[in-house]
Design a protein around this ligand. Structure first.
Ligand SMILES: [Ca+2]
Length: 390
């Protein structure tokens, strides 16, 4: 066991179907429970000292609260609150029922920018519809914590839904992000239905910009073109699982391509990213999809990956713990079981480095401590704190 020593204050943190291949689901062996390890266990991977903070049942997302605690969603439908110093995990009750299965279940969880004052958290999840249909929903609720290390959600209110609800259990995406101006951004997947990504009567396959109550801002690019279109910031997306602002306030998304063609996109107001008309990947059944360079009217990705990395998440880094990586982005990789470092020069982006993590990486964030934090996919998925080795 390697000692973890970055700062004294932190020493206490000891510390499917063919289409469904797009989820690039974990093999059963990877889903098997890993051997239990004490919360103090630290290992090294590549340039990182890796500290296990806590373990979860199919974690999907995590977010830091202003007091340093971490909210973690578990895909089967539970919400957890983590004290990172002790590794103690509390339960948060009052969560909505989720349509668990395939890629669906509990999704993202983020605090409102004024959480310290209003206690609001925003949750995304797959919601059951009529018959066999489902769709992503975003709700907000007040988080009331208790003395036992957990808490409950009160006054839960659904503020947004995918329309229409459709069959199948893939490509919800449902990544949620707040901008510095308090606007709420949602990356909405095309639910493996292809054409809705180009249909302005649907909010599938879009990046959406909303007010924090779910209403559409009057200055959105398609305002006045109908209730659904008014939500849309950009279209032609497939399964955009990562959404993040860089240090200049530019929005980026990272999304799974079909068979090949994962994409990092610079997300621009009113732009069309071309799916399913163009993709540098092709359909899983072998049918070709014309590449981006055949249709210059659609925005092309800043990076395209074939073979794929299966991006789950995206975060920009601005901390001091890894000073050489300021301004870089990090993508979690599912099938690639990796953390991908992305460097930028102006509007251009490139994969700078790829770290083999040995597990499917479901989420990545910069912590308030400046460390990189990642969460693994699957049964017994770990929340990990990454700090420099040596
Ligand atoms: Ca293609």
């Amino acid at each position: 066991m390697q000692r973890f020593a970055l700062s004294t204050t932190l020493l206490s943190i000891a510390l499917l179907t063919a289409c469904n291949a797009a989820d690039r689901a974990a093999p059963a062996s990877a889903q098997a429970a890993q051997a239990a390890a004490p919360p103090t266990a630290a290992e090294t991977i590549g340039p990182f000292v890796v500290t296990t903070v806590a373990r979860f049942d199919e974690p999907w997302a995590f977010s830091f609260l202003p007091d340093g605690r971490v909210l973690v969603s578990e895909k089967p439908g539970k919400l957890k609150l983590v004290d990172v110093a002790s590794g103690k995990v509390g339960d948060v009750g009052g969560v909505p029922a989720v349509a668990y299965g395939g890629q669906g279940g509990f999704g993202d969880v983020v605090p409102h920018p004024q959480f310290a004052d209003n206690g609001l958290v925003y949750l995304s999840y797959a919601e059951k519809g009529d018959g066999d249909t489902a769709g992503a929903a975003v709700a907000r609720a007040r988080l009331v914590t208790d003395d036992a290390g957990g808490g409950r959600l009160e006054n839960l209110e659904v503020i947004w839904r995918q329309v229409p609800k459709v069959g199948g259990r893939g490509h919800y995406a449902h990544r949620v992000l707040f901008g510095d101006d308090g606007k709420l951004w949602i990356a909405s997947g095309e639910r493996q239905k292809f054409d809705p990504a180009q249909d302005m009567q649907s909010n599938l396959g879009k990046v959406l910009r909303l007010n924090d109550d779910g209403s559409a801002p009057a200055d959105n690019p398609f305002a006045g073109q109908g209730e659904v279109a008014a939500q849309v910031w950009s279209l032609g997306h497939r399964n955009p699982l990562g959404l993040a602002f860089d240090g200049n306030g530019q929005l980026w998304d990272i999304e799974m391509g079909p068979k090949g063609g994962d994409e990092l996109n610079r997300v621009e107001r009113g732009a069309n990213y071309g799916y399913p008309i163009v993709s540098n990947g092709d359909h899983y059944d072998g049918r070709p999809i014309p590449d981006h360079d055949t249709r210059p009217e659609f925005n092309a990705p800043a990076i395209t990956w074939t073979p794929v990395i299966s991006p789950s998440s995206l975060a920009f880094y601005s901390g001091d713990v890894f000073p050489d990586w300021k301004g870089n982005a990090f993508a979690g990789g599912l099938s690639s079981q990796s953390l991908v470092r992305i460097a930028f020069e102006g509007d251009r982006a490139r994969e700078a480095e790829r770290f083999a993590m040995g597990h499917r990486i479901r989420g990545v964030r910069q912590g308030p401590d400046g460390a990189l934090w990642v969460i693994e996919d699957g049964k017994d998925g770990r929340l990990l704190r990454l700090t420099p080795k040596g």
